[in-house]
Design a protein around this ligand. Structure first.
Ligand code: NAP
Length: 237
């Protein structure tokens, strides 16, 4: 059985990725920080789920989680770096603390699991970063988020070169996906957004999970250093 690690898998997109990969026969480390019950609940849906707590912005916690998992279950096939936060504040509103938190979780929190897991990764392994369309197009309502997600793309590209041919490294940039991140949208805002999207609807977490499953499959053997947009055509570049 192949082992995969999904960070931020207690809710939203990470949860859908964990469930999809579990259904496809992977053993999944379901990482969480605050939502323990939700992470443990995934065990009722997929048998081989291993919920483990670690704040991805703290290297010691990440190192311990990866070390314990590797010792118990053996080599890791894939890392999905999904944990993230979105603080909706522009440059005027954003405090230095909010800025640092965003970079620590979204960018350092994507790098730390890679650093910790490398010695335990399988030959032919996969790394998938979850970035965002805001890494490409910017945003009027957030300043740190787009910067952190553009950083993730830069990290993905360098790792793809440095870790070839042993490990394939790619990213997925979702558009608007229906999770807690957009829970403050009013019904009118949701409808307006759906109308703006060429495919006519807001994305589902499962739309992203399907793309992750593809990048882990044999069919994606010759793909590294690539980004896949999962955005219904909202931003085409
Ligand atoms: P979400 O529903 O808010 O879930 C966020 C997940 O990240 C939760 O499982 C949370 O775990 C975890 N997390 C947050 N801080 C963490 C930390 N310090 N350590 C470990 N885990 C942490 O968000 P989502 O929409 O699923 O987003 C998932 C990823 O997709 C993020 O990287 C986000 O930027 C990206 N994305 C989302 C959208 C969208 O429209 N939804 C669009 C583009 C990109 P706990 O609850 O256990 O703390």
């Amino acid at each position: 059985m192949k082992n995969v690690v999904v960070t931020g898998a207690s809710r939203g997109i990470g949860r859908a990725i964990a469930i999809e990969l579990g259904k496809r026969g992977y053993r999944v480390l379901v990482n969480y920080n605050k939502s323990r019950e939700k992470a443990e609940g995934i065990r009722k849906i997929i048998g081989e789920a291993v919920p483990m707590k670690a704040d991805v912005s703290k290297y010691e916690e990440v190192g311990k989680m990866i070390g314990d998992f590797c010792e118990k279950y053996g080599k890791i096939y894939a890392l999905i770096l999904n944990a993230g936060i979105y603080i909706r504040k522009n440059v005027e509103e954003m405090s230095l603390e909010d800025w640092k938190n965003t970079i620590d979780i979204n960018l350092s929190g994507a790098f730390y699991p890679v650093k910790a897991a490398l010695p335990c990764m399988e030959e032919g392994g996969r790394i998938v970063f979850i970035s965002s369309q805001l890494a490409f197009k910017g945003s009027k309502s957030s300043v740190a988020y787009g910067a952190s997600k553009a950083g993730v793309l830069g990290l993905m590209r360098s790792l793809a070169i440095q870790l070839a041919p042993k490990i394939r490294v790619n990213s997925i940039s979702p558009g608007t996906i229906d999770t807690d991140i957009i829970k403050n949208y009013t019904p009118e805002q949701r409808e307006k957004r759906a109308r703006e999207i060429p495919l006519g609807r807001i994305g589902r977490p499962e739309d992203v999970a399907g793309a992750v499953a593809f990048l882990l499959s044999k069919e994606a053997d010759y793909i590294t250093g690539a980004n896949i947009d999962v955005n219904g055509g909202l931003y085409i570049h």
